[in-house]
Ligand binder design. Sequence first.
Ligand code: FES
Ligand code: FES
Length: 178
Amino acid sequence: MPLPHSVPAAPTPVVGTISVKLDVNGTEHTLQIDPRVTLLDALREYIGLTGTKKGCDHGQCGACTVLVDGHRINSCLALAASYEGEQIVTIEGLADGEDLHPMQAAFIQHDGFQCGYCTPGQIVSAVGLLAEGHAETDADIREQMSGNICRCGAYLNILAAIREVRDNALTHQNSEVR
Ligand code: FES
Ligand code: FES
């Protein structure tokens, strides 16, 4: 009996792309992306903001931390399409022109890094932490920053930098009250 003609394999379905508008550091970007693209990849591969780092890509290291409407998130675990209409801030959006954000300046002053790979995530996370108001003690800061891993072990200097920015902000608040 003759063998049946082989049936041609069905073509691989082409996954559709969608249009997504992202507000990043105050600029709107319209992307045509696969709906499965993460916010981290959208920032790095489509928008070209490579300051946000990819460490583990599994929500375990914090290198990809960005702020969304002021809250810290791991952008490697977030789908870009879910963040339309929200204000995303990356490490590139913290400085005011040539003026560094106080947290960036404090990290430099206190040597809060060695290789620097974790540093954007550490700084963005620290900015989010102080906005949350959960940094009253060193133990609070350590706990609240525990999602940001530093392979170089710069933790003591990172702590010192965050403590300084917190204390300066408190001093500023107190002087305004007087
Ligand atoms: S790259 Fe996102 S948590 Fe590690
Ligand atoms: S400074 Fe190297 S991983 Fe943190």
